[in-house]
Design a protein around this ligand. Structure first.
Ligand SMILES: *[C@@H]1O[C@H](CO)[C@@H](O)[C@H](O)[C@H]1NC(C)=O
Ligand SMILES: *[C@@H]1O[C@H](CO)[C@@H](O)[C@H](O)[C@H]1NC(C)=O
Ligand SMILES: *[C@@H]1O[C@H](CO)[C@@H](O)[C@H](O)[C@H]1NC(C)=O
Ligand SMILES: *[C@@H]1O[C@H](CO)[C@@H](O)[C@H](O)[C@H]1NC(C)=O
Ligand SMILES: *[C@@H]1O[C@H](CO)[C@@H](O)[C@H](O)[C@H]1NC(C)=O
Ligand SMILES: *[C@@H]1O[C@H](CO)[C@@H](O)[C@H](O)[C@H]1NC(C)=O
Length: 342
């Protein structure tokens, strides 16, 4: 029984501040304001025993007697930390107070992307650390930095820190260069994020950098090709490859062909002498080289013509042979014209 009273007493004491909060409403309930701008706050109370109430700020105070509200306008915020306090003095319960949460912000003076290695071309597969410097921003805990690559946001960094006054921060983006990055642009963007919408709050962008990525040649059509020698017209071999720098092409012809260098450095080839065999194309640049093989075979139509020709000869031979049988006599001599010959 004694424990119960002690326990309930403890609970009653612990519950005291929660069960009777200070009956104050502030409008707005919190403020996000740009350094140097103005804001107003109206503090009102639902208590029916107000003696007086007031608002205290580092820029001055307001006090009212016999009214259920007090308001104040701060013309220009000149401090990074400021918690205006609203208090009421009540007849029975005495004084209580509330602090208005105020976030003072400042957009960066400068956001710049700095990376020596971005001055030259990047090489596919290599990793680069690109740096974004953000100067004079507050508060750092509400800052996020977005890294844009082409049309997408590749990475976002948020920052820890309790400083309410402006700081300089650096975000580092590790980029593994890919051929798809070639020709895109990279930039970083500093943004302050707050719960509610903040009028006229803009993001700050760095200048953008052109990305050039060197990569070894890759054929547009990577498969080796087998084709038949056409009966009429010419065949063309397509060896087009993507690469940076632009690939240079060289061709190797079947051994049976003596070829001059006229077809060097062409992505597609229509040989002046059309012969079967294996043609090899090499596409190369300073990042590497790749081979593609073209096997040109005799056309099957040529073979059928040949077969028809052979068949024709066989048939003719058979006809001559059978005809011969009829014309021969059992004695083994030609029957035709036998009598007249003798
Ligand atoms: C402050 O709030 C009270 C109570 O809601 C209201 O009567 C009063 O007009 C408000 N004053 C200002 C300046 O907004
Ligand atoms: C507070 O609100 C009252 C009523 O709207 C107005 O007369 C008074 O000027 C305001 N005071 C401040 C300091 O804004
Ligand atoms: C931030 O950098 C600027 C110049 O880049 C410098 O003038 C300023 O003092 C720095 N601020 C802090 C908080 O370090
Ligand atoms: C600022 O960011 C913190 C988290 O870092 C968040 O809790 C806080 O609500 C933000 N401030 C505002 C005014 O939105
Ligand atoms: C093309 O043929 C060459 C030689 O036969 C071979 O080494 C290569 O792997 C082939 N390439 C493809 C894509 O099939
Ligand atoms: C090869 O051809 C390309 C495109 O026509 C050209 O830019 C390049 O200079 C040529 N290279 C050589 C070595 O002839």
């Amino acid at each position: 029984m004694r424990w119960f009273f002690i326990l309930s007493g403890v609970l009653a004491c612990a519950g005291q501040p929660v069960s009777s909060p200070c009956p104050i409403q502030m409008s707005p309930p919190s403020v996000v304001v740009r350094f140097g701008d103005s804001f107003s706050v109206n503090c009102s109370s639902s208590s029916d025993q107000i003696e007086s109430m007031g608002l205290e700020t580092m820029y001055g105070s307001e006090k009212t007697t016999g009214l259920s509200y007090v308001n104040i306008t701060i013309e220009s915020v000149r401090a990074w930390m400021m918690g205006p306090i609203c208090y009421i003095n009540r007849v029975v319960d005495g004084q209580c107070l509330e602090t208005l949460p105020v976030t003072v912000y400042k957009t960066p003076d400068r956001v710049s992307i700095s990376q020596p290695s971005l001055d030259g071309p990047l090489v596919e597969g290599h990793q680069y650390s690109i740096q974004c410097d953000i100067v004079n921003v507050a508060p750092v805990s509400n800052l996020s930095v977005h890294w844009h690559k082409g049309d997408t946001i590749s990475s976002t960094e948020r920052f820890d820190g309790s400083s309410a006054s402006p700081v300089n921060v650096t975000s580092v983006f590790d980029l593994t260069a890919q051929r798809g990055d070639d020709g895109t642009q990279i930039w970083c963007e500093a943004q302050l994020d707050f719960w509610g919408p903040v009028p006229d709050l803009t993001t700050t962008k760095s200048e953008s950098r052109d990305v050039i990525v060197l990569y070894s040649p890759t054929f547009i059509e990577p498969k080796n090709v087998t084709l038949e020698l056409p009966a009429r017209g010419k065949f063309t071999l397509d060896c087009a490859a993507a690469g940076k720098p632009t690939p240079v092409y060289s061709w190797q012809f079947p051994h049976s062909i003596q070829q001059t260098n006229q077809n060097e450095n062409q992505s597609s080839l229509a040989p002046s002498i059309q012969l079967p065999g294996t043609y090899r194309c090499t596409a190369s640049n300073n990042q590497g080289s790749k081979d593609k093989y073209f096997t040109v075979t005799e056309a099957t139509r040529n073979r059928t013509t040949f077969a028809a020709l052979v068949g024709g000869f066989v048939f003719l031979g058979a006809v001559i042979f059978i005809g011969g049988l009829f014309l021969l006599t059992p004695e083994g001599t030609f029957s035709f014209g036998k009598g007249s010959y003798l």
